[in-house]
Design a protein around this ligand. Structure first.
Ligand code: SF4
Ligand code: SF4
Length: 455
């Protein structure tokens, strides 16, 4: 008998409330739960179901579990939490669903409730989350401080010393591997590097506000700089609002919606003041929450209209170039030499399934003269990165990555491109694990290297 029922049927006996069940009942959207008609169309799209074949590891199974808890038919026990945590949040189930069930919203509501009550996270997962989510990601000056510390670690010889001394062996093996593939960090963000205002080349089409991202701006600063240059070449003035903050995606996906809402308000204010026509991102993970700020703040009447204004302007850089810009000419690079460059592309799940942008990156890649594009089989299937999933669920993430690398192998590609920093690092990890020599790059970096600039 579920502990969360307040009154036992027929007896009138009051039973003890399970606090997590109570919170789940309040948080889960009843309409979305009942919209699921159990058709199972989403099952083949779900990576965790395909890996395990277990119904409870599928979107339909997870929704049934949530509904059983919300209806008071079962207690949200450790197995329930585990199934919620095993979900990648990739949202591949949403485009496959004929009933338009907003699964992403349901899993966020479930995680929000679980986060306050769980005892199952390992101590270092809790500690890492709290420190990074509340103390570092929301404060860009702290991110830059972290970038400077990492840069010092990487360049001073400390990294070599740590690796040589066997210190890395103290870390769980997947974390030690990740340390090995981190790109050079920077203590300077894009604004410190090139300033916050940039003029369009040729006739001006409009003004774009660049969303620089928190991790993007210290670990992939070059990519942000190159994003600005691609946008100005395509005819946009670019402004980078200084007051912008972290997008809040990791917070929203990990059960910290209040923190996510607070970050959203700060970003909306920053971009409204900048008076932009479009808001460009180069990270699918950030873009997906930015286009959903209207949903995130739909119960906040003061911010509702501004959140809609913001969400309607957000676009990935590839969409912005293809739909509204003047696409520059891209030509194979002298650095490519005589060898035939073959590129393949791993979709960012959030770019594809939430921002619904799968065609624009491919349109751009197919336009690079002298470079062959080859489609990656099952490019729409998650690589296992999924925010911090590859840190908190290393076994499933490793299994997904292994399958992904086997697919990459069939393409004969010399370069693997992605549009999200998490996917980029995960694919680099895949190359590292299989001892491959393919280059893994952000689409923006690859395009910029082959950009034929206007005079
Ligand atoms: S979000 Fe991804 S992993 Fe989670 S249920 Fe949907 S398809 Fe499966
Ligand atoms: S496709 Fe949609 S309606 Fe069908 S089982 Fe999956 S979530 Fe439910």
């Amino acid at each position: 008998m579920a502990e969360n029922r307040q009154q036992s049927a027929g007896t009138g006996t009051i039973t003890k409330l399970n606090p997590l069940a109570e919170k789940l009942q309040l948080r889960l959207d009843e309409d979305q739960l009942t919209n699921c008609m159990r058709c199972g169309f989403c099952l083949p799209a779900c990576p965790t179901f395909r890996e395990t074949g277990i119904e409870a590891e599928s979107p339909r199974g997870r929704i049934a579990l949530m509904k059983a808890v919300a209806d008071g038919l079962m207690d949200p026990d450790a197995a329930f939490e585990e199934q919620m945590n095993h979900c990648l949040g990739c949202r591949a189930c949403e485009p496959a669903c004929p009933a338009d069930v907003k699964y992403g919203q349901l899993i966020e509501q479930a995680r929000d409730a679980i986060e306050d009550h769980t005892t199952s996270h390992r101590w270092w997962v809790k500690g890492l989350r709290k420190t990074m989510f509340r103390g570092v990601f929301p404060k860009q000056e702290r991110m830059q401080l972290l970038g400077r510390a990492m840069s010092l670690y990487q360049r001073s010889g400390l990294q070599r010393l740590a690796r040589g001394s066997g210190l890395m062996k103290l870390l769980p093996s997947h974390l030690a591997e990740m340390e090995a593939i981190l790109p050079p960090a920077s203590g300077q963000g894009v604004i410190e590097r090139i300033g916050d205002r940039h003029r369009a080349k040729g006739e001006r089409i409009g003004t774009v506000g660049l969303f620089r991202g928190c991790i993007m701006d210290v670990m992939f600063t070059d990519t942000n700089v190159k994003t600005v240059e691609l946008l100005t070449e395509a005819g946009f003035d670019v402004v980078i609002p200084k007051a912008q903050q972290c997008c809040g995606a990791l917070h929203a996906h990990s059960g910290e919606p209040e923190e996510a809402r607070s970050l959203a308000r700060g970003n909306i204010e920053a971009f409204k003041q900048a008076g932009v026509d479009y808001i460009a991102t180069n990270a699918g993970g950030c873009g997906a929450i930015l286009v959903e700020y209207d949903h995130l703040l739909h119960e906040d009447y003061k911010w509702e209209a501004d959140a809609k204004w913001f969400a309607s302007r957000v676009m990935d850089i590839s969409d912005l170039l293809v739909r509204y810009g003047r696409i520059p000419r891209f030509l194979e690079s002298a650095a490519d030499g005589d060898k035939q460059v073959r590129i393949t592309y791993q979709d960012s799940c959030h770019l594809r399934n939430v921002m619904r942008s799968a065609d624009a990156p491919r349109t751009l890649m197919r336009q690079i003269e002298g470079v062959a594009y080859v489609e990656l089989p099952e490019a729409d299937r998650c690589c296992g990165s999924a925010g911090i999933y590859n840190i908190t669920q290393p076994e499933m993430a490793a299994s997904l990555l292994e399958g992904k690398m086997a697919q990459v192998e069939t393409t004969g590609a010399t370069h693997v491109l992605t549009s999200n920093p998490g996917c980029l690092l995960q694919m680099k990890l895949g190359e590292h694990r299989c001892g491959g020599s393919r280059q893994v790059e952000h689409l923006v970096d690859f395009l910029h290297e082959r950009l034929v600039k206007q005079l």
